[in-house]
Design a protein around this ligand. Structure first.
Ligand SMILES: Cc1ncc(COP(=O)(O)O)c(C=O)c1O
Length: 409
């Protein structure tokens, strides 16, 4: 029997595909050099791997523009800050939703408080869905940016990015999508859905390591540099280069991190091929893989939701298994504090979940779970198996019994 039953894939996926570990180790040993800075053969080969990864990610996300606009940073939070600080000026208006993560909420709050930016926060319904028409109604002549979280990291609801994208495209605003919970989990079509800036993190559904993320900036969008420094090109210039990707990449990029993303892209393609996809296109192979991943994850979610709903003490939040969603779900057990329930699941059953507010306090406010300090979040992933699910159901059922016997139901 396993020692740990991992249900914290919304925080970061574990495990990664085997070839990711292998390629990171190999490439870092043989090509752990500073790419683009030195002209030697190893640096050229390291740079080729980076260029290939930009191209693979562009195809993966349905972006047909210049792959140099696929940029790397340390994570989604970093790129989101770069995008917002590089786009918004005092007097500008921005629209976000109440489903956002602190990676968006906090930069927006700071800009509202410190930089004279006006912020509208669009509510979702009780299941966590934003009505695209509410975004249409909030657009103003000075709306510079609309930011939407594609998939909730608390209750799993998915927003209709295409419908919102089409609305925003009719205005002058730039549409930024936070894909942290959906990249690698469902097919994403950057061009078709009118996404202007797609922000991704490497360590969740994209199956890379921590320390790498980034954004894709559509060809028609310009972001002012907010970080400047060395790039390895045109060093004589006193100013940072304007051209992409250097414009948004100051300093040395993470070779091991990008190698991890590169290997993961190849794993997606192989997984797509195993789904009997006849095409050789990276995009189509990956889309087949990602559809298969989504279906697999939802089987786990459905089993969990069905079992949890049959336990009277368990409160389930958010969409049902039939609604548009990712696998992440939130529960509480009677009146037990989420932290206590999660600690018991861990100590007594080896179940890894995340209790609390999940960096999304407004979602908890709207779900009525802020006062009780949040929920217990289960996030099954592609590698979650029957043993994990059985253990989760057993653990939750016995803690529910405990909550009754201890008077916390
Ligand atoms: C919806 C969402 N946005 C943004 C982030 C931030 O990702 P990172 O911590 O990798 O920057 C997360 C991570 O938890 C997330 O779930």
């Amino acid at each position: 029997m396993k020692e740990n039953f991992y249900f914290d894939n919304a925080a970061t996926t574990l495990p990664k595909p085997e070839n990711v570990y292998k390629f990171m180790d190999e490439f870092f040993r043989t090509h752990g050099v500073n790419p683009g800075r030195s002209g030697h053969q190893l640096a050229v080969e390291a740079e080729s791997m980076i260029v290939e990864t930009r191209r693979l990610l562009a195809e993966f996300f349905g972006y047909a523009g210049n792959p140099n606009r696929v940029t790397f940073s340390i994570n989604a939070t970093d790129s989101m800050n770069t995008a917002l600080l590089g786009l918004l000026e005092p007097g500008d208006h921005m629209i976000i939703t109440r489903m956002e993560h602190n990676a968006v909420l906090r930069p927006a709050n700071h800009m509202e408080r410190d930089n004279g930016v006006f912020v509208t926060r669009i509510p979702a319904d009780s299941l966590g869905y934003v009505n695209p028409d509410d975004i249409r109604k909030s657009l103003q002549s000075n709306t510079r940016v609309v930011v939407v979280n594609h998939g909730s990291n608390v209750i799993g609801s998915l927003q209709d990015i295409r419908a919102i994208g089409e609305i925003v495209r009719e205005s002058n605003a730039i549409f930024i999508v936070d894909t942290c919970q959906t990249a690698g989990v469902l097919p994403i079509e950057m061009d078709m859905w009118c996404i202007d800036i797609l922000v991704y993190t490497g360590h969740k559904g994209l199956f890379g390591p921590m320390g790498v993320g980034g954004m894709i900036v559509a060809d028609h969008v310009e972001i002012k540099q907010i970080k400047t420094g060395g790039t390895g090109v045109n060093s004589v210039s006193p100013f940072h280069p304007d051209e992409y990707p250097y414009r948004l990449e100051a300093g040395t990029v993470s070779i091991p991190g990008i190698a991890g993303l590169n290997a993961a892209q190849k794993w997606f393609a192989e997984t797509g091929r195993a789904q009997n996809t006849s095409s050789d296109s990276h995009r189509e192979l990956c889309h087949a893989a990602v559809k298969h991943i989504h279906e697999t994850e939802l089987i786990a979610t459905t089993r969990l939701i069905d079992s949890f709903k049959s336990i009277p003490e368990v409160i389930c939040y958010g969409p049902s298994h039939n609604d548009p969603r990712v696998s992440t779900l939130s529960i509480n057990i009677g009146n037990l504090p989420a932290e206590q329930a999660a600690a018991m699941l861990d100590a007594d059953y080896g179940i890894c979940v995340r209790p609390g507010l999940h960096c999304a306090p407004i979602v908890h406010k709207d779900q009525g779970t802020l006062e009780r300090n949040g929920t217990v979040r289960f996030a099954p992933g592609y590698f979650t198996d029957d043993e994990d699910i059985t253990q989760a159901i057993t653990g939750v059922a016995s803690i529910a019994e405990f909550s009754v016997s201890s008077g916390s139901d």
